[in-house]
Design a protein around this ligand. Structure first.
Ligand code: ATP
Ligand code: MG
Length: 559
């Protein structure tokens, strides 16, 4: 890499560059992505993944995937497997796979060392008392009466805690730091709690489990991580991160905080997403309305669109909310390049071409990738006397500036013929059931030999050949731009569930060109003039189900 290319585009790269300059980490770059396996990854995690893996890729370094599995009551193997699959799908490979639980023995031994050195003690205050003793932002805390108990007593109690002699919550191990510190994290943070719970990997071996702050930095250290990147909420935990490492006198990684990704209309909290799943608001973690990576995949998002989006938004040190339209822009951009074009009519009205021979079928050859001049692939769409067009493409009494089909006007049926509407058939309620047209046989391909121009071009499907398919269309799951910004619920807490939209899923039947009958789960198409659609895993051979991924209109590019 040339010096110029190396000019840093984000502040974390500046730090890495400076470290490489000073030789702080011997020019190593070793990052980690540390998810807690208590749910599926969401779009916020994608940002962290792109950042950590991207940084290592750029500097020829390494990235560990480390499951932060220190809270056995919430963690499950299902989540571990889902998280691995999502990272691979996004396009990244970890160099090493670790679990914080790999270090339970080492962490326990280190805790004993801190007790022996008078830097940790067993505290028997109740949770309420501990809260009271901790003080407030304006008032220092008070020392626990157990704080100065003899080392031997703490050692004994810690051993007995570990052996399962006490019930949950009876006592904790705390670091002995400073109850008067302005930084709350220094007011004798808890290192271990008693939890008689089955762990997804260590089984019933342990009934004391390390707290996040005690596990995280030491895990980073053991793995030789250089830059431990986390979100801003952990800024005040950094001094504690450093304190443990200093007092254990072990290798010291550098914690760096960046602003978490907030996206309008998207909920990025595993806990809350789990609630949506558990209460049946959505049909699982991979519901196409979910901001999870598995939901986005099912919705038709491509890995590249998500990676490009993360690149575009960059890495900041201040929290902000990114507009959902920006993510959509990245998605359209990618789908526009890769999606084959197809004819599909979403809301049909029948058109009868009265002067077209009955029983005749023509094969219309259309470009599959008209957006890509290099790709000359074509496919064939059958044309016949009766076709469907979109109901919105015909108006008996047109509104001003309406360019599509109206009585007496000639328009183009895409790649087929020019047709002119002559009359309509209505049912007894006055709804149009058929539009009658005539066609000009001299306009095959959609252009007149005499060069006359028409304004409207419509997509269509042959009524007898079209395949009816289920289409699922979605709106934002939440009505509020910031879904967490909610009225107070009964318990006095903010009730974000009040922002859940009632009818975010609409199921309709569309008529698609025959080639789409065998679409397989994950196949994406642009339905001409309408939007991007992806075949859902619920598809069966000959019976595809399509999810509407996104419409064609880009509200972001306009800005
Ligand atoms: P959640 O509240 O959804 O569980 P979390 O931060 O607790 O989020 P973890 O599994 O602990 O989830 O996170 C793994 C990594 O992903 C962490 O390094 C965390 O900082 C990062 N991360 C999580 N959410 C976001 C986000 N919205 N933007 C950027 N990074 C995030
Ligand atoms: Mg978490």
């Amino acid at each position: 890499m040339t010096e110029e290319n190396k000019t840093s585009s984000n502040f974390i790269k500046n730090i890495v560059d400076a470290d490489n300059e000073s030789g702080k980490f011997d020019n190593r770059v070793h990052t980690r992505f540390p998810p807690e396996p208590n749910g599926y990854l969401h779009v916020g995690h994608a940002k962290s993944i792109c950042l950590n893996f991207g940084l290592a890729d750029e500097y020829g370094g390494k990235t560990n995937l480390r499951f932060d599995d220190t809270n056995p009551t919430k963690e499950e193997t299902e989540y571990v497997e889902a998280i691995k699959a999502d990272i691979k799908w996004l396009g990244f490979e970890w160099d090493n796979l670790f679990f914080a639980s790999d270090y339970f023995d080492q962490l326990h031994a280190w805790a004993i060392r801190l007790i022996k050195e008078g830097k940790a003690y067993v505290d028997e205050l109740s949770a309420d008392e501990m809260r009271e003793y901790r003080g407030t932002l304006t008032q220092p805390g008070k020392n626990s009466p157990y704080r100065d108990r003899p080392v031997a007593e703490s050692l004994d109690l810690f051993e007995r805690m570990t052996n399962g002699e006490f019930p949950d919550g009876a006592m904790v191990l705390r670091a002995k730091i400073d109850m008067a510190s302005p930084n709350f994290n220094f007011r004798d943070p808890v290192m271990y709690r008693i939890l008689h719970a089955h762990h997804h990997r260590t089984g019933d071996k342990w009934c004391v489990y390390p707290m996040y702050d005690w596990a995280h930095g030491q895990s980073d250290s053991l793995e030789g991580v250089t830059h431990s990147i986390c979100t801003l909420e952990f800024e005040n935990n950094r001094p504690l991160y450093d304190w443990f490492i200093e007092n254990l006198d072990i290798y010291a990684p550098q914690q760096i905080e960046f602003a978490r990704l907030n996206l309008s209309y998207m909920m990025t909290s595993k806990r809350k997403l789990k609630q949506l799943v558990d209460t049946g608001v959505v049909n699982g973690w991979d519901d196409p309305r979910m901001p999870t990576l598995s939901g986005m995949r099912r919705r038709g998002f491509t890995p590249r669109s998500i990676r490009n989006f993360c690149d575009t938004i960059g890495v900041a040190r201040a929290n902000s909310v990114v507009e959902y339209a920006m993510l959509e822009h990245a998605l359209r951009d990618d789908l526009n390049q890769i999606a084959p074009r197809a004819f599909a009519v979403l809301d049909p009205v029948k058109v009868v071409i009265t002067n077209y021979p009955e029983g005749k079928v023509e094969e219309i050859e259309v470009d599959t990738y008209p957006q890509d001049k290099e790709n000359s692939e074509t496919h064939v769409v059958p044309f016949s006397r009766e076709i469907y067009i979109e109901r919105a493409d015909f108006m008996e009494v047109p509104v001003p500036k309406y360019r599509r089909l109206i009585p007496g006007r000639e328009v183009r049926l895409m790649r087929a013929y020019l047709v002119t509407a002559t009359d309509v058939v209505k049912d007894e309620d006055g709804n149009i059931t058929e539009v009658h047209c005539t066609y000009d046989p001299e306009t095959f391909g959609g252009n007149a030999v005499d060069g006359r121009k028409v304004k409207g071009t419509l997509h269509w499907v042959s009524a007898q050949h079209a395949v009816p398919v289920e289409v699922r269309s979605y709106e934002h799951l939440f009505t509020a731009e910031n879904p967490s910004d909610a009225p107070e619920g009964g318990s006095g807490e903010l009730d974000w569930t009040a922002n859940v939209r009632d009818n975010s899923l609409t199921v309709t039947t569309a008529y698609v060109e025959p080639d789409l009958a065998n679409a397989k789960a994950g196949d994406v198409y642009q339905f001409q003039r309408n939007g991007y659609y992806v075949a859902d895993p619920d598809s069966e051979p000959g019976k595809p189900v399509f999810n509407r991924t996104i419409g064609l209109r880009d509200t972001w590019a306009k800005k």
